[in-house]
Design a protein around this ligand. Structure first.
Ligand code: FES
Length: 256
């Protein structure tokens, strides 16, 4: 669906104080033009951008989220926070995709304090991208309320995701190439599905049941998840005593 021509996106920008914020400032002082879509939140380091910040921004109907940090090797903190931001952006994009949000709505860039023109170029490009995608939910073909429910489930699991990241997804080589290689490894995908996405799907199913859905088909439709996948998770939840399945009816066990 094409975005309305008068659509003015809301982009939440988390900018590192030392580099990207300086770049944005220089961009303004130099009067380089970029679209007025950005709502800036200034942080001391891009590594401070928690997964929760990203999910909450989208849950509050941001159409795009931008994270701007110092170039790799230039972070002002030790260990370098921008590598954490890089790892988080890989994880966040997969989770966003799982809950139905187009992962292209999230962008991470490195911009130094001397790169005002680059800041303008990045914002022009990202602004045009988000304008083209349209309001949150439109390019996804999903109701915003359903996306918000998924984002809420993801937000509640952030402490668990962080634990998994720390214990199981520690990238051995702190280089951009090292991160790209790690997240493209063949053994990463099944592990990520098992440890992160399956847990998230279960959380989303529980949320749908709490919201009043009472059949596997209705839950699958609401979540945009394959019905066979929903049935598999419902069986697991039933074995764990979390839900009761009676024919085609599904109920929260604790609600009885
Ligand atoms: Fe800028 Fe860490 S201080 S990314």
């Amino acid at each position: 669906m094409a975005a309305p021509s008068d659509f003015k996106p809301i982009i939440v920008g988390f900018l590192c104080n030392w580099c990207c914020y300086g770049g944005a400032d220089l961009c303004g002082v130099s009067r380089f033009q970029y679209p007025p879509y950005l709502r800036v939140i200034r942080l001391m380091c891009s590594g401070r951008v928690d997964l929760e910040f990203i999910f909450r921004a989208f849950a509050k109907k941001a159409d795009g989220v931008f994270i701007g940090g110092c170039h790799l090797g230039d972070c002002h903190y030790n260990p370098e926070g921008n590598y954490d931001a890089l790892g988080n952006s890989f994880v966040a994009k997969r989770i966003l995709e799982n809950v139905g949000v187009d992962p292209d709505r999230l962008r991470l860039e490195w911009v130094s304090a001397g790169e005002g023109i680059r800041f303008a170029e990045v914002m022009n490009e990202f602004g045009a991208k988000i304008k083209n995608l349209g309001p949150l939910g439109s390019s996804e073909g999903r109701e915003v309320a359903d996306l918000q429910a998924g984002l809420e489930a993801a937000t509640q699991l952030v402490p668990y995701f962080k634990l998994v990241e720390r214990e199981r997804f520690r990238v051995p080589k702190r280089t951009e190439e090292g991160y790209r290689e790690f997240f493209a490894r063949e053994d990463y995908e099944p592990l990520f599905k098992e440890l992160v996405l399956d847990k998230l799907t279960m959380g989303r199913i529980m949320g749908a049941l709490r919201a009043g859905e009472d059949s596997a088909g209705a839950i699958a439709q609401k979540l945009g998840v394959d019905p066979a996948e929903v049935a598999r998770h419902l069986n697991l939840l039933s074995q764990q005593g979390m839900v009761r399945i009676d024919g085609s009816q599904v109920q929260l066990a604790l609600a009885a």
